[in-house]
Design a protein around this ligand. Structure first.
Ligand code: SF4
Length: 363
Protein backbone atom coordinates (compact mmCIF):
# COMPACT_ATOMS: atom_id res chain seq x y z
CA UNK A 1 0.00 0.00 0.00
CA UNK A 2 2.79 2.46 0.69
CA UNK A 3 5.89 1.60 -1.26
CA UNK A 4 7.47 4.60 -2.98
CA UNK A 5 6.35 4.75 -6.59
CA UNK A 6 7.49 7.16 -9.27
CA UNK A 7 5.03 6.15 -11.98
CA UNK A 8 1.80 7.65 -10.64
CA UNK A 9 -0.78 8.65 -13.23
CA UNK A 10 -3.30 11.45 -12.96
CA UNK A 11 -6.17 8.94 -13.08
CA UNK A 12 -4.77 6.96 -10.16
CA UNK A 13 -4.25 10.10 -8.09
CA UNK A 14 -7.74 11.38 -8.90
CA UNK A 15 -9.20 8.04 -7.83
CA UNK A 16 -7.45 8.41 -4.46
CA UNK A 17 -8.50 12.06 -4.04
CA UNK A 18 -12.14 11.18 -4.76
CA UNK A 19 -12.41 8.17 -2.45
CA UNK A 20 -15.14 8.24 0.18
CA UNK A 21 -13.78 10.62 2.80
CA UNK A 22 -13.47 8.14 5.66
CA UNK A 23 -11.67 5.60 3.51
CA UNK A 24 -9.27 8.22 2.25
CA UNK A 25 -8.56 9.39 5.78
CA UNK A 26 -7.99 5.85 7.06
CA UNK A 27 -5.65 4.95 4.22
CA UNK A 28 -3.64 8.17 4.53
CA UNK A 29 -3.36 7.81 8.32
CA UNK A 30 -2.17 4.21 7.88
CA UNK A 31 0.55 5.24 5.41
CA UNK A 32 1.50 8.10 7.71
CA UNK A 33 1.97 5.86 10.76
CA UNK A 34 4.06 3.42 8.75
CA UNK A 35 6.54 6.08 7.65
CA UNK A 36 6.49 8.75 10.38
CA UNK A 37 5.94 9.26 14.09
CA UNK A 38 2.30 10.48 14.01
CA UNK A 39 2.80 12.56 17.15
CA UNK A 40 5.68 14.63 15.81
CA UNK A 41 5.31 17.76 13.71
CA UNK A 42 8.16 19.77 12.29
CA UNK A 43 7.93 23.52 12.94
CA UNK A 44 9.50 26.05 10.57
CA UNK A 45 9.67 29.83 10.77
CA UNK A 46 9.35 31.68 7.49
CA UNK A 47 11.26 34.93 7.29
CA UNK A 48 10.82 37.41 4.47
CA UNK A 49 14.39 38.67 4.05
CA UNK A 50 13.51 40.86 1.05
CA UNK A 51 9.88 41.83 0.64
CA UNK A 52 7.92 43.19 -2.32
CA UNK A 53 8.92 44.80 -5.60
CA UNK A 54 9.02 41.49 -7.47
CA UNK A 55 9.03 41.71 -11.29
CA UNK A 56 6.95 38.51 -11.74
CA UNK A 57 3.19 38.39 -12.30
CA UNK A 58 2.15 35.42 -10.09
CA UNK A 59 -1.61 35.95 -9.80
CA UNK A 60 -1.79 35.00 -6.12
CA UNK A 61 1.09 37.11 -4.87
CA UNK A 62 0.86 40.48 -3.10
CA UNK A 63 4.61 40.96 -3.56
CA UNK A 64 4.36 41.40 -7.33
CA UNK A 65 5.26 45.04 -8.00
CA UNK A 66 2.66 45.36 -10.76
CA UNK A 67 -0.35 44.85 -8.45
CA UNK A 68 -1.60 47.32 -5.89
CA UNK A 69 -1.53 45.74 -2.44
CA UNK A 70 -0.75 47.01 1.06
CA UNK A 71 2.61 45.29 1.23
CA UNK A 72 5.44 47.36 2.62
CA UNK A 73 8.55 46.47 0.67
CA UNK A 74 11.97 46.23 2.26
CA UNK A 75 15.53 45.80 1.07
CA UNK A 76 17.54 42.71 1.90
CA UNK A 77 17.84 42.26 5.67
CA UNK A 78 21.25 42.29 7.31
CA UNK A 79 22.90 39.11 8.60
CA UNK A 80 22.55 40.43 12.16
CA UNK A 81 18.81 41.05 11.76
CA UNK A 82 18.34 37.54 10.41
CA UNK A 83 20.40 36.03 13.23
CA UNK A 84 18.29 37.83 15.85
CA UNK A 85 15.07 36.53 14.25
CA UNK A 86 16.47 33.00 13.96
CA UNK A 87 17.37 32.98 17.66
CA UNK A 88 13.84 34.10 18.51
CA UNK A 89 12.40 31.35 16.29
CA UNK A 90 14.62 28.75 17.98
CA UNK A 91 13.50 29.87 21.43
CA UNK A 92 9.86 29.48 20.41
CA UNK A 93 10.38 25.88 19.23
CA UNK A 94 11.19 26.14 15.51
CA UNK A 95 13.76 23.73 14.16
CA UNK A 96 14.00 25.37 10.75
CA UNK A 97 14.27 28.89 9.37
CA UNK A 98 13.07 29.38 5.80
CA UNK A 99 14.29 32.63 4.23
CA UNK A 100 12.27 34.03 1.35
CA UNK A 101 13.33 36.78 -1.06
CA UNK A 102 10.96 38.23 -3.66
CA UNK A 103 13.32 37.62 -6.56
CA UNK A 104 12.71 36.13 -10.01
CA UNK A 105 16.03 34.29 -9.78
CA UNK A 106 19.27 34.42 -7.86
CA UNK A 107 21.92 36.74 -9.28
CA UNK A 108 25.57 36.39 -8.37
CA UNK A 109 26.87 39.41 -6.48
CA UNK A 110 26.88 41.16 -3.11
CA UNK A 111 23.24 40.32 -2.22
CA UNK A 112 23.67 36.61 -2.89
CA UNK A 113 26.92 36.66 -0.88
CA UNK A 114 24.95 38.21 1.97
CA UNK A 115 22.35 35.42 1.76
CA UNK A 116 25.16 32.83 1.82
CA UNK A 117 26.43 34.44 5.02
CA UNK A 118 22.91 34.21 6.50
CA UNK A 119 22.88 30.50 5.67
CA UNK A 120 26.24 29.98 7.40
CA UNK A 121 25.09 31.95 10.43
CA UNK A 122 21.84 30.02 10.93
CA UNK A 123 23.44 26.63 10.32
CA UNK A 124 25.90 27.48 13.10
CA UNK A 125 22.90 28.01 15.41
CA UNK A 126 22.15 24.30 14.81
CA UNK A 127 18.92 25.03 12.99
CA UNK A 128 17.91 23.68 9.59
CA UNK A 129 18.20 26.43 6.98
CA UNK A 130 15.93 26.66 3.95
CA UNK A 131 15.89 29.32 1.24
CA UNK A 132 13.31 30.29 -1.35
CA UNK A 133 14.97 32.77 -3.70
CA UNK A 134 13.51 31.99 -7.13
CA UNK A 135 15.28 30.12 -9.89
CA UNK A 136 18.86 28.97 -9.22
CA UNK A 137 21.62 27.65 -11.43
CA UNK A 138 23.61 24.55 -10.57
CA UNK A 139 26.61 26.63 -9.47
CA UNK A 140 24.44 28.79 -7.20
CA UNK A 141 22.83 25.67 -5.70
CA UNK A 142 26.33 24.31 -4.99
CA UNK A 143 27.34 27.55 -3.28
CA UNK A 144 24.23 27.39 -1.10
CA UNK A 145 24.98 23.75 -0.27
CA UNK A 146 28.54 24.60 0.69
CA UNK A 147 27.31 27.36 3.02
CA UNK A 148 25.27 24.75 4.89
CA UNK A 149 21.81 24.99 3.32
CA UNK A 150 19.52 22.15 4.39
CA UNK A 151 16.58 22.69 1.99
CA UNK A 152 15.64 24.76 -1.04
CA UNK A 153 12.02 25.64 -1.71
CA UNK A 154 10.70 26.13 -5.22
CA UNK A 155 6.99 25.45 -5.60
CA UNK A 156 5.40 24.10 -8.76
CA UNK A 157 2.26 25.96 -7.59
CA UNK A 158 -0.25 23.90 -9.65
CA UNK A 159 -0.44 21.64 -12.71
CA UNK A 160 1.57 22.54 -15.80
CA UNK A 161 -1.71 23.27 -17.67
CA UNK A 162 -3.19 25.61 -15.05
CA UNK A 163 0.16 27.32 -14.36
CA UNK A 164 -0.34 29.20 -17.65
CA UNK A 165 -3.55 30.71 -16.21
CA UNK A 166 -1.74 32.10 -13.17
CA UNK A 167 1.74 33.20 -14.28
CA UNK A 168 3.00 34.49 -17.61
CA UNK A 169 6.47 35.70 -16.74
CA UNK A 170 8.17 32.37 -16.12
CA UNK A 171 7.75 28.82 -17.29
CA UNK A 172 7.01 25.51 -15.59
CA UNK A 173 10.11 24.00 -17.20
CA UNK A 174 12.30 26.51 -15.37
CA UNK A 175 10.81 25.42 -12.08
CA UNK A 176 11.59 21.80 -12.82
CA UNK A 177 15.09 22.80 -13.94
CA UNK A 178 15.67 24.63 -10.65
CA UNK A 179 14.63 21.52 -8.72
CA UNK A 180 17.01 19.48 -10.86
CA UNK A 181 19.84 21.93 -10.14
CA UNK A 182 19.20 21.64 -6.40
CA UNK A 183 19.16 17.84 -6.75
CA UNK A 184 22.77 17.94 -7.98
CA UNK A 185 23.76 18.93 -4.42
CA UNK A 186 23.02 17.39 -1.03
CA UNK A 187 20.39 20.06 -0.32
CA UNK A 188 16.90 18.62 0.18
CA UNK A 189 14.01 19.72 -2.05
CA UNK A 190 10.86 21.43 -0.81
CA UNK A 191 8.22 21.89 -3.51
CA UNK A 192 4.45 22.03 -3.41
CA UNK A 193 1.63 24.30 -4.40
CA UNK A 194 -1.52 26.23 -3.73
CA UNK A 195 -5.12 25.09 -3.93
CA UNK A 196 -8.08 27.42 -4.32
CA UNK A 197 -6.76 29.43 -7.29
CA UNK A 198 -9.71 28.41 -9.46
CA UNK A 199 -8.06 25.19 -10.64
CA UNK A 200 -9.92 21.93 -11.18
CA UNK A 201 -9.36 18.88 -8.99
CA UNK A 202 -7.60 17.37 -12.02
CA UNK A 203 -5.03 20.20 -11.77
CA UNK A 204 -4.37 19.33 -8.13
CA UNK A 205 -3.81 15.74 -9.23
CA UNK A 206 -1.63 16.99 -12.10
CA UNK A 207 0.60 18.85 -9.69
CA UNK A 208 0.91 15.76 -7.49
CA UNK A 209 1.87 13.69 -10.55
CA UNK A 210 4.63 16.19 -11.36
CA UNK A 211 5.97 15.99 -7.79
CA UNK A 212 5.47 12.28 -7.10
CA UNK A 213 7.13 11.18 -10.34
CA UNK A 214 10.33 13.03 -9.45
CA UNK A 215 12.97 10.56 -8.41
CA UNK A 216 13.70 11.06 -5.58
CA UNK A 217 10.44 12.62 -4.50
CA UNK A 218 10.74 16.01 -2.71
CA UNK A 219 11.62 15.64 0.97
CA UNK A 220 9.02 18.30 1.72
CA UNK A 221 5.74 19.28 0.03
CA UNK A 222 3.93 22.42 1.25
CA UNK A 223 0.19 22.48 0.64
CA UNK A 224 -1.10 26.04 0.72
CA UNK A 225 -4.69 27.24 0.62
CA UNK A 226 -4.91 30.50 -1.29
CA UNK A 227 -5.12 33.58 0.87
CA UNK A 228 -6.92 35.92 -1.52
CA UNK A 229 -5.29 39.34 -1.12
CA UNK A 230 -7.00 42.51 -2.29
CA UNK A 231 -5.37 43.99 -5.35
CA UNK A 232 -4.07 40.66 -6.69
CA UNK A 233 -5.72 39.02 -9.72
CA UNK A 234 -7.09 36.26 -7.47
CA UNK A 235 -8.62 38.65 -4.92
CA UNK A 236 -12.15 37.34 -5.51
CA UNK A 237 -11.46 33.63 -5.16
CA UNK A 238 -13.57 31.84 -2.55
CA UNK A 239 -11.68 30.14 0.30
CA UNK A 240 -11.29 26.40 -0.14
CA UNK A 241 -13.43 24.15 2.00
CA UNK A 242 -11.61 22.37 4.80
CA UNK A 243 -12.59 19.04 3.20
CA UNK A 244 -10.65 19.94 0.09
CA UNK A 245 -7.59 20.75 2.14
CA UNK A 246 -7.83 17.45 4.04
CA UNK A 247 -8.33 15.51 0.80
CA UNK A 248 -5.28 17.20 -0.71
CA UNK A 249 -3.12 16.49 2.34
CA UNK A 250 -4.28 12.86 2.50
CA UNK A 251 -3.65 12.28 -1.22
CA UNK A 252 -0.20 13.85 -0.97
CA UNK A 253 0.58 11.61 1.98
CA UNK A 254 -0.47 8.45 0.10
CA UNK A 255 1.47 9.17 -3.10
CA UNK A 256 4.57 10.51 -1.29
CA UNK A 257 4.81 8.39 1.86
CA UNK A 258 8.26 9.54 3.07
CA UNK A 259 7.76 13.24 2.37
CA UNK A 260 7.05 15.83 5.05
CA UNK A 261 3.70 17.33 4.12
CA UNK A 262 3.51 20.96 5.23
CA UNK A 263 0.37 22.80 6.18
CA UNK A 264 1.31 26.22 4.91
CA UNK A 265 -0.62 29.37 3.99
CA UNK A 266 -4.30 29.47 4.82
CA UNK A 267 -4.13 28.05 8.35
CA UNK A 268 -5.81 31.12 9.82
CA UNK A 269 -8.94 30.12 7.88
CA UNK A 270 -8.88 26.64 9.43
CA UNK A 271 -10.27 25.64 12.82
CA UNK A 272 -8.09 23.67 15.24
CA UNK A 273 -10.33 20.67 14.54
CA UNK A 274 -9.72 21.07 10.81
CA UNK A 275 -5.97 21.25 11.37
CA UNK A 276 -6.14 18.18 13.63
CA UNK A 277 -7.76 16.24 10.78
CA UNK A 278 -4.98 17.39 8.47
CA UNK A 279 -2.40 16.06 10.96
CA UNK A 280 -4.31 12.79 11.14
CA UNK A 281 -4.36 12.65 7.32
CA UNK A 282 -0.59 12.96 7.19
CA UNK A 283 0.44 16.59 7.52
CA UNK A 284 3.54 16.71 9.68
CA UNK A 285 4.88 20.19 9.39
CA UNK A 286 3.65 23.72 9.94
CA UNK A 287 5.00 27.21 9.59
CA UNK A 288 5.01 29.13 12.87
CA UNK A 289 4.99 32.89 13.40
CA UNK A 290 2.29 35.48 12.94
CA UNK A 291 3.15 36.08 9.27
CA UNK A 292 3.84 33.82 6.30
CA UNK A 293 6.01 36.14 4.24
CA UNK A 294 3.22 38.70 3.93
CA UNK A 295 -0.03 36.87 4.75
CA UNK A 296 -1.39 36.25 8.28
CA UNK A 297 -0.63 33.05 10.20
CA UNK A 298 -1.73 31.81 13.65
CA UNK A 299 0.14 33.09 16.69
CA UNK A 300 2.98 30.82 17.96
CA UNK A 301 1.32 30.48 21.38
CA UNK A 302 -1.93 29.36 19.76
CA UNK A 303 0.00 26.70 17.87
CA UNK A 304 1.72 25.50 21.03
CA UNK A 305 -1.67 25.28 22.79
CA UNK A 306 -2.97 23.22 19.86
CA UNK A 307 0.09 20.93 20.05
CA UNK A 308 -0.55 20.44 23.77
CA UNK A 309 -4.21 19.65 23.21
CA UNK A 310 -3.35 17.09 20.51
CA UNK A 311 -0.30 15.62 22.27
CA UNK A 312 1.97 16.65 19.38
CA UNK A 313 5.69 17.27 19.81
CA UNK A 314 7.89 19.56 17.71
CA UNK A 315 10.44 17.61 15.66
CA UNK A 316 14.09 18.11 16.61
CA UNK A 317 16.36 19.60 13.93
CA UNK A 318 18.27 17.18 11.69
CA UNK A 319 15.99 14.24 12.54
CA UNK A 320 15.61 13.24 8.88
CA UNK A 321 19.08 14.09 7.61
CA UNK A 322 22.42 15.00 9.21
CA UNK A 323 23.42 18.62 9.61
CA UNK A 324 25.39 19.91 6.62
CA UNK A 325 28.91 21.23 7.19
CA UNK A 326 29.45 24.94 6.64
CA UNK A 327 32.37 25.97 4.45
CA UNK A 328 33.50 29.55 5.08
CA UNK A 329 33.42 32.02 2.16
CA UNK A 330 37.25 32.22 2.02
CA UNK A 331 37.51 28.42 1.62
CA UNK A 332 34.78 28.09 -1.02
CA UNK A 333 35.39 25.83 -4.02
CA UNK A 334 32.67 27.58 -6.00
CA UNK A 335 33.17 31.21 -6.85
CA UNK A 336 30.56 33.33 -8.60
CA UNK A 337 30.46 32.74 -12.34
CA UNK A 338 28.35 35.77 -13.19
CA UNK A 339 26.10 33.42 -15.18
CA UNK A 340 23.28 34.89 -17.22
CA UNK A 341 21.02 31.88 -17.61
CA UNK A 342 18.22 32.11 -20.14
CA UNK A 343 15.22 31.51 -17.92
CA UNK A 344 12.11 31.62 -20.06
CA UNK A 345 9.49 34.37 -20.21
CA UNK A 346 6.41 32.89 -21.91
CA UNK A 347 4.70 36.31 -21.97
CA UNK A 348 1.20 35.16 -22.93
CA UNK A 349 -1.73 37.29 -21.80
CA UNK A 350 -3.68 36.39 -18.66
CA UNK A 351 -6.79 38.53 -18.64
CA UNK A 352 -7.26 38.79 -14.85
CA UNK A 353 -3.55 39.64 -14.36
CA UNK A 354 -3.85 42.42 -16.92
CA UNK A 355 -6.99 43.76 -15.22
CA UNK A 356 -5.30 43.82 -11.80
CA UNK A 357 -2.32 45.62 -13.32
CA UNK A 358 -4.55 48.26 -14.92
CA UNK A 359 -6.42 48.75 -11.64
CA UNK A 360 -3.11 49.29 -9.83
CA UNK A 361 -2.09 51.96 -12.34
CA UNK A 362 -5.36 53.80 -11.78
CA UNK A 363 -5.11 53.75 -7.98
S1 SF4 B 1 5.45 34.37 -5.82
FE1 SF4 B 1 7.61 34.90 -5.73
S2 SF4 B 1 8.17 35.17 -7.88
FE2 SF4 B 1 5.92 35.28 -7.82
S3 SF4 B 1 5.46 37.49 -7.61
FE3 SF4 B 1 5.55 36.61 -5.54
S4 SF4 B 1 7.64 36.98 -4.85
FE4 SF4 B 1 7.62 37.20 -7.08
Amino acid sequence: MSEIRHNWTKEEILAIYNKPFMELLYEAASVHRKHHDPNTVQVSTLLSIKTGGCPEDCGYCPQAARYHTDIEGNDLMTVQQVKAQALRAKESGSSRVCMGAAWRNVKDGAEFDQVLEMVRTINKLDMEVCCTLGMVTENQAKRLAEAGLYAYNHNLDTSEEYYKEVISTRGYEDRLQTIENVRKTNVTVCSGGIIGMGEKVADRAGMLVALATLNPQPESVPINALVAVEGTPLEDQQSVEIWEMIRMVATTRIVMPETQVRLSAGRTQMSREGQAMCFFAGANSIFAGDKLLTTPNPDVNEDMKMFEALGLNPQKPFTKKVQPQTVEAKDSEYQELGEKPKWTRPGHTIERNETAKKKAKLS
